[in-house]
Design a protein around this ligand. Structure first.
Ligand code: CA
Length: 321
């Protein structure tokens, strides 16, 4: 298994090793998986090609990294103002998402299963206050993908930096702000030592799905019970990663607030409304990229709209108590 994460990366990398151990146990030793961190065998962003070509039999990452292969891939991880972890699971497992994902990946000789979710991310670390949408003008922020496109529409500049460069870029003022993941991973990165404000919510990544991808030919050649074991262990990994993120983010948010005295802020609803409008324009443009992207966009948006309505009668009311 080649992965897009640095070796032993908290939660994401740990989940991969747990998956390998579970598969070994479930198959009574019939199947062994060796996990490689990014850079150990191949660079992280070559995982898709390595598994597609069969150079590696499986990989772990996030499908939005493969937007260059098809813009549609982004919907299987997260798009700004998309769905949360629970809703993404509902769409993928029970709302037609997985079938579309399989349809896309089989063109590349791949098959993927959900294998975790970062859960709701944070909007990020800022060295200036964001009180109004105009405060994004001229803001240099590390924010990849579609979130970066939304920031650009708001007048900011999206800067791409790899994980290892973010801290020094923020410290030296090369960037004014950065997003990363959530309280646990952000704490480990030490952003609280160099940034003034920690904003919520992670509108750009409300629930990013992680994937276990397999070379389709290698997968299809397996006996039936081993295929089921891989799919089942991926589902267990999905539950573990989500649960670990929730537990750790809860703990580390408290640390940031109580021990590090971090100023945690919420974006005003007007700011989020405007970012959402920009997002809708960008997603509508994206849907025109090709007919398949349009098909995925339509399935995703219809499901998201309906489940938001259901959530307004269920989770939202309960969370607001
Ligand atoms: Ca992120």
């Amino acid at each position: 298994m080649v992965t897009t994460w640095p070796p032993n990366f908290p939660v994401l990398g740990e989940g991969c090793q747990k998956f390998a151990d579970w598969v070994h146990q479930m198959s009574a030793g019939q199947m062994s998986i060796k996990v490689y961190g990014a850079g150990e065998l191949i660079p992280g962003l070559e995982v898709f090609d390595a598994v597609s070509s069969g150079a590696a039999e499986m990989g772990n990452g996030a499908s939005y990294y493969w937007a260059g292969k098809s813009p549609a891939a982004q919907f299987f991880t997260a798009v700004p103002f998309g769905m949360n972890a629970q809703q993404m699971n509902a769409w993928i497992y029970c709302g037609g998402g997985l079938e579309l994902w399989k349809e896309l990946y089989q063109k590349f000789g791949l098959i993927s299963f959900p294998a975790g979710n970062t859960t709701m991310q944070m909007a990020g670390w800022f060295n200036k206050e964001i009180n109004d949408i105009s405060d994004f003008k001229g803001l240099k922020m590390r924010i990849p993908g579609l979130g970066g496109k939304v920031l650009t529409k708001a007048g900011g500049t999206a800067v791409l930096s790899s994980g290892s460069e973010i801290y020094t870029n923020l410290e030296r003022g090369v960037i004014d702000a950065t997003e990363w993941i959530g309280p646990y991973h952000d704490y480990v990165m030490g952003f609280h030592k160099i940034a003034r404000y920690y904003y919520s919510p992670g509108w750009h990544e409300p629930g990013s799905v992680l994937e276990n991808m397999f070379n389709l030919k290698a997968f299809n050649e397996l006996p039936e019970h081993l295929k089921v074991i891989l799919e089942t262990a991926s589902a267990r990994m999905n539950v573990w990663v989500i649960s670990e993120f929730e537990a750790k983010n809860n703990l580390y948010l408290q640390k940031l607030v109580n021990e590090e005295k971090i100023d945690v802020r919420k974006f005003k609803p007007e700011i989020l409304e405007q970012l959402k409008k920009y997002t809708q324009e960008i997603l509508a443009e994206l849907a025109e990229a090709d007919p398949f992207t349009k098909k995925v966009y339509e399935s995703f948006s219809a499901f998201a709209k309906d489940i938001r309505n259901w959530a307004s009668y269920s989770e939202k009311l309960y969370h607001d108590l």
